[in-house]
Design a protein. Structure first.
Length: 172
């Protein structure tokens, strides 16, 4: 993993560790941005991944071993709520969300504010007895991996007009 679990922030990078910073200064790398699970590297003009990719990747790998030299571009630094929302959206779009969808469920992010994430469920998840387990052990655990700290992950309460009504027919 890279990003928030290695660097102390999520968002645009003002300064990176020395070996990578040298590539920024000489124009090989145009910009760096830390995401919750990646560092996005944009190459400078006249550079391509075929010829410079291997050296940029090895330099990035070395720079990630020195997180105290990374500095966020404070003018663009993401708020904690924005980082939490990004982490939750990545989880829902990734394997945890795929798991829900593979069982006929639907999952979405209702809100992410103040350390509280509300996740909406529908389809087969709306009446599944394992939905709480999936929420805490798949979705919440994956969000916490991407966004360390105190967060609460709960199922969103749907207003009556949005709840799916189920029809049960019994034979007498």
């Amino acid at each position: 993993m890279t990003g928030a679990d290695v660097t102390p922030f999520v968002g645009p990078v003002r300064h990176a560790a020395p070996p990578l910073e040298a590539l920024v200064e000489n124009g090989t790398v145009e910009s760096l941005c830390c995401e919750s699970d990646a560092v996005v590297v944009r190459l400078g003009a006249g550079h391509d991944w075929r010829t410079t990719g291997a050296s940029v990747r090895s330099t990035l790998r070395e720079a990630l071993t020195d997180p105290q030299h990374w500095e966020a571009d404070s003018a663009d630094q993401w708020s904690d709520d924005a980082r939490l929302e990004a982490a939750a959206r990545e989880v829902i779009a990734g394997p945890a969300g795929d798991y829900v969808r593979s069982h006929g469920g639907q999952v979405w992010l209702e809100s992410a504010r103040g350390g509280r994430v509300e996740i909406g469920f529908a389809g087969t998840c709306s009446h599944c007895p394992a939905a709480g387990f999936t929420l805490q052990h798949r979705i919440a655990a994956a969000i916490r991996e991407r966004h360390p700290g105190e967060i609460q992950v709960v199922a969103a309460q749907l207003e009556a007009s949005r709840r799916q009504r189920w029809l049960t027919l019994r034979r007498r």
